[in-house]
Design a protein around this ligand. Structure first.
Ligand SMILES: Cc1cc2nc3c(=O)[nH]c(=O)nc-3n(C[C@H](O)[C@H](O)[C@H](O)COP(=O)(O)O)c2cc1C
Length: 341
C-alpha cells in the first residue's frame, strides 16, 4: 500500500521539534560505538538536513569524571546533531544536558530504550519503562534546564507481558518531551524478531508531539511501508546505515522527489570504506584503525572474494594496510566489471 497523498505532503514539510525546525523527517539514530564524528560526517554528505545523534553519553560518567568525553564533540558546521544522554538521576542529567548544549547540541535525547544489563541495572535505558515516575522527573527537569528541545527514545515495554508504551508515551509528552522515537521492540526482544510497527501506529494516534518510527528501516521500501502503516512523523535509521551511510539521504531524497538514487556499487562501497578508515584515523589515531575493522566488514558486501577481503580487513593495524587491501580490491573489481563502477 503506498503512502496517501496527504501523508506524503506531510512528510515533505519540515519537522518541528519544540522551538526548532529541521529540514528532514529521516533521522540517523544514536549507535554506541558507531555514530561518532567520522560516521556522522559520511551520513551528512548524503543527508544535508537530517538530525543525527551522537553515541549515548553517561550523565554519571560525565559528573564524576569532570572532563568532557570526545563522543560529545560536534564538528563546526555539522548541525543538526542531537546529543543522547543516559542515566536515572535527574540532577546528573540536567548537568549533562547543560554541557551538551554548550557542546552545540541542537536537541537533547534521553535514552529510555537501551536493553544492555550494564545500563539497566543502574536504572537507565529501558529500565525507565518500568519506572515512569523517574522517567517523568527526568524529562521535566531537563526540559526546564535547557532551551533546546528534549526528546525521548524508547521501546514498547520491558517484555511482552509489560507493554506500556501507550501510557508511557503519554506521560513523556505531559512531562515536556517534544518528540518521541519508538523502537518497535520490547527490551526482552533486544534486536530479535521483526519490529512491531503496529504499536507505533497506536502511539502516533495518541500523541500530539511528533512520533518517529524506528526498527527495521533497512531500505527505502521498508521506510515507506513503515510510514504508511504507522502514520509516523518520520523514520529513524539504525542498523540499516551500517556500511551504508547513504541510507538516510536516499530515503530523504525519495520522500522529497519520488526518485530512487542509484544504489552504490561495490566499488563505491569500498571507496567509502577507505574514506571512513581515513576519517577514523584522523579523529582517533590507532584506536580509530581498530574501530574501523568492523565498519570494513559492513562495507564489503557480496562479490567474488568478498569473504577473504573481509577477513583481511578485520586484521588491519594501520591505514596503509587498509589502503593496500582496498585499492587492490577496487582495481580487481574494475577489471572484472568495468561498466559497473
Ligand atoms: C550497535 C548498536 C548500538 C546502539 N546504540 C544505541 C545508543 O547508543 N542509543 C540508542 O538509543 N539506541 C542505540 N541502539 C539502538 C538503535 O538506535 C535502534 O533503536 C535499534 O537498532 C532498532 O533499529 P534497527 O532495527 O533499524 O536497527 C543501538 C543499536 C545497535 C545495533
Amino acid at each position: 500500500m503506498p503512502l496517501s497523498a496527504a501523508q506524503l505532503a506531510h512528510l515533505q514539510t519540515p519537522l518541528t521539534i519544540g522551538n526548532r525546525t529541521f529540514g528532514s523527517r529521516v533521522l540517523q539514530s544514536p549507535l554506541a560505538g558507531i555514530t561518532d564524528r567520522s560516521f556522522r560526517r559520511l551520513v551528512r554528505t548524503h543527508a544535508a538536513q537530517s538530525l543525527m545523534y551522537t553515541e549515548m553519553v553517561s550523565a554519571s560518567g560525565l559528573h564524576y569524571s569532570r572532563s568532557i568525553p570526545a563522543i560529545m564533540d560536534i564538528d563546526a558546521g555539522e548541525t543538526p546533531v542531537g546529543i543522547q544522554l543516559f542515566d536515572c538521576r535527574p540532577d546528573f542529567l540536567v548537568e549533562a544536558a547543560r554541557i551538551a548544549v554548550d557542546q552545540g547540541a541542537d536537541v537533547i535525547d534521553i535514552n529510555m530504550g537501551c536493553p544492555v544489563n550494564k545500563i539497566t541495572k543502574n536504572g537507565g535505558g529501558s529500565s525507565l519503562l518500568r519506572d515512569p515516575q523517574t522517567a517523568s522527573q527526568i524529562v521535566e527537569a531537563v526540559a526546564k534546564a535547557v532551551s533546546v528541545p528534549v526528546t525521548v527514545k524508547t521501546r514498547l515495554g520491558w517484555n511482552d507481558a509489560e507493554i506500556n508504551i501507550l501510557e508511557f508515551a503519554q506521560r513523556m509528552q505531559e512531562s515536556g518531551a517534544q518528540l518521541l522515537t519508538v523502537h518497535g521492540r520490547t527490551r526482552a526482544q533486544a534486536f530479535e524478531g521483526a519490529a512491531r510497527w503496529e504499536w507505533i501506529a497506536q502511539v502516533k494516534e495518541h500523541l500530539q508531539i511528533p512520533v518517529i518510527a524506528n526498527g527495521d528501516i533497512f531500505s527505502i521500501d521498508a521506510a515507506i511501508r513503515c510510514l504508511t502503516l504507522t502514520g509516523a512523523d518520520g523514520v529513524m535509521c539504525a542498523r540499516g546505515s551500517l556500511g551504508a551511510p547513504h541510507l538516510v539521504g536516499h530515503i530523504d531524497h525519495f520522500l522529497r522527489t519520488g526518485e530512487r538514487l542509484p544504489e552504490p556499487t561495490n566499488v563505491d562501497r569500498l571507496r567509502r570504506a577507505q574514506e571512513h578508515l581515513h576519517l577514523l584515523f584522523e579523529f582517533k589515531g590507532t584506536l580509530g584503525v581498530r574501530q574501523a575493522r568492523k565498519h570494513m566488514g559492513w562495507y564489503v558486501r557480496e562479490f567474488p572474494g568478498a569473504a577473504v577481503l573481509r577477513a583481511q580487513l578485520m586484521r588491519i593495524e594501520t591505514v596503509a594496510m587498509g589502503d593496500q587491501l582496498l585499492e587492490l580490491a577496487i582495481s580487481q573489481l574494475l577489471e572484472a566489471e568495468p561498466l559497473l563502477v
